[in-house]
Ligand binder design. Sequence first.
Ligand code: BG6
Ligand code: MG
Length: 226
Amino acid sequence: MTKKGFIFDLDGVIVDTAKYHFLAWRKLAKGVGVDFTEIQNEQLKGVSRQKSLEKILEWGNKTLPEEDFNRLMALKNEDYLTHVENMKEDEILPDVPKVLNYLISKEQPLALGSASKNAHTILDKVNLLEKFNAIVDGNGVKIGKPNPEVFLNAAKLLTVNPKDCIVFEDAVAGVKAANAANMISIGIGEQSVLNEADYVFSDFTEISLEFLDDIMSNKITKQNNH
Ligand code: BG6
Ligand code: MG
């Protein structure tokens, strides 16, 4: 079996925090007179805190002085963290531990590749910190997804060539980043949203151990040429 690098996004892939981000942003946006839909929310997934607020203000045709902008970002995070605070292992998405443990049993290195600055806190809450050989999060990246930097940094830390890396992502921006890094992109979510991914599964319960074996034995390769 070839050594591959398996890179996992966090929010919406390992844990269902995407819903908490949505709730916190929508509440804050309402407060400044902007409303947005779940469809628009897809554009916020995988995107940094700062870029998310920029987009929301753009949708509402609003501009804010820097001080207010920073205050809103801090408020959003405070609200978001009230949800995170109560998180426990039962918020790990179905079959994620099965997949992580299987790959570990096959001695495959695992990395986290997330835009979140709260990644460490969340992994700690759900007791998954030790599963990862490398963690690249929003604190260690200059240019966010869809730029491939986060995943290329993860590959470097795992000492695996990017073409031998596989990325699990629930965000359009994340799938684009994986493709830009020339890695196999596996979308977790809806095919219609994640249509640029090489493979899409609605969740990890749909990913068989045979599929993982096929990746490790090079039977599964990159599909599209984005
Ligand atoms: C990504 C989420 O994982 O992290 C985005 O999909 C979020 O919705 C981004 O904006 C940054 O997260 P945080 O925790 O640093 O605000
Ligand atoms: Mg995500």
